[in-house]
Structure formats: structure tokens, C-alpha cells
Write a protein that binds this ligand. Structure first.
Ligand code: GLA
Length: 732
């Protein structure tokens, strides 16, 4: 096997490379670790093309040096810190015993290991065998305090991917406080980038935003305690002319579900400096001698062929090497969820006909959503009391689960494990479990509060309660929800000086709870959720192979939500449901066909009262379900392409092609209708040009090159929100 990482001793250059990408870093004057290059693979790097020496006013020099041409302020670096002569926003800030933030990191040594070491307690990308990746660990040390930073870089053999993380080790004799620690930094010279980010709001997640980067610091962050609806932990840097199919695209996804901060700084020399890590807002970490702090990891991809290629690299990486669930390669069950069908107003008798209808329509799982536990008839009570609400299920939950199973459906159940209502037995018994600052009244949100999940005692209590429900063996799936963000930040087990650890300890507590759950119930399908897509990130993917993309189920809004989501996350991770029209969130009226087609681009489900549907609609749902069963292998696991965006045009077109190019699915949604419309075509991509493909509905046959070069005329039809789906199979 070829080596993936080399060290050139003479030039002191590390080269991480495979057939697609190269990443170069070098040890420069004063043992400074410099960034040299990240991009298209370089086979013959001789070590001479380095950052030039220039005397720059107001960018100072190495301590004790008379050389005015070398400055750690202008040099592209791998890791900048506060307290040295570098005015960029620092990747790390460490408060020393003397009160200063002085930290001067110098290169010490390195190690190259086969494969990829695990990050204890944190989600991370992994390898299945040690041949598929190599990891470089570079040690940087602050001589005075003996605080060491271990920078870890992994390169995969067959992916355009580098992963990065940092471990801080206190090898000194004094306790220090970390006030900021990014998982990575990268500096680019002579790039006029734009950033692409995924901001949003509840029921309005992950809209694509493309912005110019001017001199100054641009921050994309969350300090809500979770990765958030408001700013997804993903960013791409692209050239101005980069499109879906051409140009450079650098992608960054943070494998973390709590506060995050993406900083992009265009400096005085138009160099672009990037830090990604845990947000330093209300963050500090006490590092006693001999202890260490491990940051979460960042996944970085490079594409020379635009955004689709970048997304495909993330899709396969997250699917193959972040998601661990047994379900990762199984087609996902089509479900019906009772939330929008009944909200809290249900009991066993009301649900049974929905189950019966689901069976008749070919649906494969019934999910019992919020309101089955404690005495929960609305959202004011019972979070924290995970035992069945007997008024709604007089014969118990097992009895109802049996009924669902007898109809041949799987049974799924909703939980919101991180929360507590004041009106609950849990609060009566353990008021201290509710996260609050002593002596202050905590703020409610949806009239509920967050558990102090950093405490093991709290996690044990919740795990035991969930265990009692799950050990019956009758639950096939759970939906793990989280319906508010953190406030009143305080962990009861920590002393005053360490309260800055609370946010991160909460996330570590969450991961611990999820880890226990996936280890105890490896056959359980877990769907993540946080008021829709409020925690849709690569960290949660490690535990939850699928996540509810948004509480907004309107097909037209979903065009943008799912479009943005697909920039980083695979189709199989995104759940998407057909709901009623007019839509409950925005009142829009759309055809059932369109709702079905849009929902088929994720893991399909239904979220409406099936018993109230007209005869025609019931028949249409049956047909949708049957159609989806034919295409889901390809829509969930094929190579995905964005062809047209509804954010920038009147159409949205998506395509997926099986790995062997023998099958493809294409859909086109026309948003607004117009009189005398211009004719439009949709050209497919990624097919085998020499193959012949048969449309599975019309049985017409087309050449692969015909579909790609000539394209299909989009139908002309009256009415807004019309959608079309095509399923092609190659014929011999
Ligand atoms: C959140 C979820 C919904 C539903 C409700 C129940 O908003 O996103 O799907 O489960 O909670 O309270």
C-alpha cells in the first residue's frame, strides 16, 4: 500500500496526499507550523514553493529576532493563538496562572499512525480497516507553561477528505484555563472566496446563503447549547464562479451537536483565515496538570468540480464512516406518524383505525408521537415521566404495540429525554435536576426546561426510565426529540470557577446517554429531531442514522430546506413526510402528488389522519407508497445531484443515480405557473452515455447521452406547484 503521509526531513514538510487531494504543512522559522496548501493532488512537491519573506509594517517578528521579513502575523499557519505576535482571531486562548493569555506554540515532533484513532466520548469519523486512512499527529508546545497542542490530521485513501481535531495536554505544573480551542485552522493566500452557509429558524432550516467575504471577521455560530436551526455547523468556501458542477469548493462540517463557531477572517493582505470549533461564548475549561481536553472533529472536503462533488464526498463519508447504525444500508421503513394527525388528542381507540389504514396502504411503521406518557394532554406537563398515560392506553403500551405488530407494522415511539416539565413527578422528586442558576427563576420555553445532563445521576435516571419501556422488546424505533434551547446555564456538580464547562458537559452527557442507548439496543432505529431540524449535524449522525429535517412539512418550503440540507448530509439521513393541504405551517395548498414527490427525496412518511382522506387520495397514497418502494434504494443511497434550485429559479430538480449507473430517478417541481410559459428542459447527469434507459412508467427508451445532452422537456401544465418524477432503468 502506498503511504498517504510523507515527511520531507530536509525541507521539514508534511505531505498528506491521495489521488484526489494534497494537504501540505511545513515547519518554518522559529519552529512555526505553517500552512502551505490544500487542494487538488500534487504528485511532485519539491518543497521550494513557500510563502515569501516580506517586511510588513505593523506585523511584528519572532521574539529575540532581528529578521524583519518573517512574521507569525502574516504567515499562513496551522494554528494561531492569542498572546503571540499574530493579530488574527486566534484558534486558541489559554489563561495562564499569571493571568496572561501568553501562549507561543512551537513545533516539537510528530507521529504517523495507520488508520484513525477514536475520539473518546465524542462522535467521529472512523475507519473499518487501518489501510484506508493514515493519521498525522503534530505536537506543538508552549515552552513556558508546557501546555501541548496535539494537532491530528487524517487522510482517507479513497476520499477527498481530511479530518482534523486537537487535543490539549497540560504537561506543566500549574493549572491553566482554556478559554477558546478551535478544532482546526486553515489559512489561504490569494483566494477571493465566498462563503456558503446554512442559516435558518425553527421550521425554516438550512436555507442556502452565499456571501462575499470582505476584510474583517465573519462569524457563523450558535450559542443556543445545540447546533441549532439558526446556523447549521457547516460551511463551504467557493470561488465567485463556482457552480454546482464546476469550480473549487472547500466544505467543512463540524462533528458536534452543541455550540459552534465558524470564523472566516479576511486579513489586511486579503488572506483568508478560518477557525472552526466549539463557540467560546461562556466557555472555559480547567486544565489541571496531566489532564487533557479533546476537541470535536471537523470534516474537510475539497472538490475541483463544484458543489455537487463536494456534497457527494460528504454524503459518502457521513454515510459510510460516521453513521454506525445497523440501519445504515437498509431501506428505511415508510412510516405514519400521528403528530399532525391528532396532536395530543388521541387514545388507543382513535389510533387503531389509523394503523389499520396504514396497513392497507402498504405503510410499514406506526410512530406514536408526543402525548403517550405521564398525564400529558398538552405541552405543559409530564416531560421526565416516561411511563404510559393510562387514560389513553388503558391496557398498557405493550398491548397497543402488539396491535400494531399484529397488523404487520413496526412500532415507533417518541421521547424527549433531555427535558423536564415542572408539572411532573420527576420535578417533584428532583427539582435540582432542572438546569437553573441558584437563586434565579429559570426561563421556560414551550413551558418546559432542560435537564442538567452533565450530571451522571440525571442521565442514569432518564436511562433507567427509557430502559423500562424499551426492555419489553416491542419498540422498533424511537424518535429522540429536543424542543427548546438551553438557558440558565449552570451545572450543579461544578464549582463556581468551572461553570464555563457547562455547555460542553451537557453535550458530552447527551452523547453518553445516546451511546448507552445504541449499545443496549443495537437493533433500534433512532430518528433524531429537535423541533424539526434543530440538531441536524454530523455529530448526531453517529447515533441517529436519520433526522426529521423540519417541522415545516410544506412541499414548496421543503424544496429549499432539503436542498440546503443536501449540501452536507446524505439523503438517507433526511426524513420527510406528506402532510395535509392546506399545510398546517403556512396554509399553502399543494397537490398530493407534489407532496409525495418531494417527500420521496428523504425517508418517506405520512403525517396526517389517513382515516380522513378521500377515496381518491387513499388510492393515490397507495400508489405513492408502491412507487416509493421501487425507487427508495436509489433515492436513499444513490449518487445525488442538485440540478435546479427553487431558491434561485422557478424550478427545483434533483436526480439520483445508482452506483452502477443502471438506475436513476429524476424529479422536477415547477413552483409558479404562468400563461404562455417558456419551455424548459431538464438535462440529466451522471448516466452511462452508451446505455439505453427505459422510463418505468411510459416504457419509452432513451439513450444515456440523449437524456444528458438533449434533455427532457418539462411538461406544460396549468396550475402552481406541479411535480414530475421519472424512474429509469438501463436495459441490456
Ligand atoms: C417537535 C417535533 C414534531 C413533534 C412535536 C411533538 O416539534 O419536531 O415532529 O414530535 O415536537 O411535541
Amino acid at each position: 500500500m502506498n503511504q498517504l503521509i510523507n515527511f520531507d526531513e530536509n525541507n521539514k514538510v508534511f505531505h498528506l496526499h491521495n489521488d484526489q487531494i494534497s494537504y501540505l504543512l511545513a515547519v518554518e522559522d522559529g519552529n512555526t507550523l505553517a500552512h502551505v496548501y490544500f487542494g487538488k493532488t500534487i504528485k511532485q512537491y519539491h518543497g521550494q514553493l513557500r510563502y515569501p519573506r516580506v517586511d510588513r509594517g505593523f506585523s511584528g517578528n519572532l521574539p529575540g529576532s532581528l529578521d524583519r521579513t518573517f512574521s507569525r502575523d502574516s504567515l499562513p499557519k496551522e494554528y494561531s493563538t492569542a498572546g503571540e505576535m499574530d493579530y488574527h482571531t486566534p484558534a486558541a486562548v489559554v489563561r495562564q496562572k499569571d493571568g496572561s493569555n501568553a501562549l507561543f506554540l512551537t513545533y516539537q515532533d510528530y507521529k504517523i499512525v495507520a488508520g484513525k484513532p477514536d475520539l473518546a466520548g465524542l462522535p467521529h469519523s472512523f475507519v473499518e480497516n487501518n489501510d484506508e486512512a493514515e493519521t498525522l499527529i503534530v505536537n506543538l508546545l508552549d515552552e513556558k507553561s508546557k501546555v501541548e497542542f496535539e494537532l491530528a490530521y487524517t487522510i482517507y485513501r479513497d476520499r477527498p477528505v481530511i479530518t482534523r481535531s486537537v487535543k490539549v495536554v497540560n504537561k506543566g505544573e500549574e493549572t491553566v484555563n482554556i478559554e477558546k480551542v478551535a478544532s482546526m485552522q486553515i489559512d489561504f493566500v490569494d483566494r477571493n472566496f465566498e462563503s456558503i452557509t446554512l442559516p435558518g429558524a425553527h421550521a425554516h432550516e438550512r436555507r442556502v446563503e452565499r456571501s462575499e467575504i470582505n476584510q474583517g471577521i465573519h462569524v457563523y455560530s450558535s450559542h443556543r447549547g445545540t447546533s441549532s436551526h439558526q446556523m447549521n455547523p457547516f460551511m463551504a468556501l467557493v470561488d465567485k464562479d463556482t457552480t454546482e458542477f464546476s469550480g473549487d469548493a472547500y466544505g467543512f462540517a463540524f462533528v458536534y451537536s452543541g455550540n459552534h463557531k465558524f470564523e472566516v477572517e479576511k486579513d489586511q493582505f486579503a488572506q483568508t483565515h478560518v477557525n472552526i470549533g466549539i463557540d467560546d461564548f461562556n466557555f472555559s475549561w480547567e486544565l489541571t496538570p496531566n489532564s487533557s481536553f479533546q476537541t470535536p472533529e471537523v470534516l474537510m472536503t475539497y472538490s475541483a468540480q463544484g458543489l455537487n462533488k463536494m456534497s457527494q464526498a460528504f454524503h459518502t463519508l457521513i454515510h459510510d464512516r460516521v453513521i454506525r447504525s445497523k440501519y445504515k444500508d437498509r431501506v428505511r421503513p415508510i412510516l405514519v406518524n400521528n403528530w399532525e394527525a391528532t396532536y395530543f388528542n388521541f387514545d388507543e381507540e382513535k389510533l387503531k383505525p389509523i394503523v389499520d389504514d396504514a396497513k392497507e396502504m402498504g405503510i410499514e411503521m406506526f410512530v406514536l408521537d408526543d402525548g403517550w406518557f405521564g398525564h400529558r394532554d398538552d405541552d405543559n406537563s409530564s416531560l421526565g415521566d416516561w411511563s404510559v398515560f393510562e387514560k389513553k392506553f388503558p391496557h398498557g403500551l405493550d398491548h397497543f404495540a402488539d396491535y400494531v405488530h399484529e397488523q404487520g407494522l413496526k412500532f415507533g415511539l417518541w421521547f424527549e429525554p433531555e427535558m423536564i416539565s415542572m408539572d411532573s413527578n420527576l420535578y417533584q422528586e428532583h427539582p435540582d435536576y432542572l438546569m437553573h442558576v441558584p437563586g434565579r427563576t429559570p426561563s421556560p420555553s414551550r413551558n418546559q426546561y432542560v435537564l442538567d445532563l452533565g450530571r451522571k445521576e440525571v442521565r442514569d435516571n432518564i436511562f433507567e426510565q427509557m430502559n423500562k419501556i424499551l426492555e419489553s422488546g416491542k419498540i422498533d424505533y424511537i424518535k429522540w426529540d429536543m424542543n427548546r434551547h438551553l438557558s440558565d446555564i449552570y451545572e450543579a456538580d461544578l464549582p463556581a470557577a468551572r461553570q464555563g464547562e457547562t455547555y460542553h458537559r451537557y453535550v458530552l452527557g447527551l452523547y453518553d446517554l445516546l451511546e448507552r442507548l445504541v449499545n443496549s439496543y443495537p437493533d433500534l432505529l433512532i430518528e433524531g429531531c429537535s423541533g424539526g431540524g434543530g440538531r441536524f449535524d454530523a455529530g448526531m449522525a453517529y447515533y441517529n442514522p436519520q433526522i426529521w429535517a423540519s417541522d415545516d412539512s410544506d412541499a414548496i418550503d421543503r424544496l429549499s430546506i432539503q436542498y440546503g440540507t443536501s449540501l452536507a448530509y446524505p439523503q438517507s439521513m433526511m426524513t420527510s413526510h406528506v402532510s395535509v393541504s392546506p399545510n398546517e405551517q403556512n396554509g399553502r395548498i399543494t397537490p398530493l402528488k407534489t407532496r409525495g414527490i418531494v417527500a420521496m427525496w428523504g425517508d418517506l412518511g405520512y403525517e396526517l389522519d389517513l382515516t380522513k382522506m378521500s377515496k381518491e387520495d387513499r388510492q393515490a397514497v397507495k400508489e405513492q407508497v408502491a412507487e416509493y418502494k421501487k425507487i427508495r434504494e436509489v433515492t436513499q443511497y444513490g449518487t445525488f445531484y442538485r440540478l435546479k434550485s427553487a431558491q434561485t429559479s422557478n424550478q427545483c430538480a434533483w436526480e439520483t443515480v445508482s452506483k452502477d449507473k443502471t438506475e436513476a430517478v429524476l424529479s422536477v417541481v415547477k413552483v409558479m405557473a404562468s400563461a404562455q410559459p417558456y419551455l424548459t428542459k431538464t438535462k440529466m447527469v451522471g448516466l452511462a452515455p452508451e446505455k439505453h434507459y427505459e422510463d418505468q412508467n411510459t416504457h419509452e427508451v432513451y439513450g444515456g447521452d440523449e437524456l444528458m445532452n438533449l434533455g427532457i422537456y418539462d411538461p406544460v401544465e396549468h396550475g402552481d406547484f406541479k411535480a414530475y418524477i421519472y424512474h429509469f432503468k438501463a436495459i441490456d
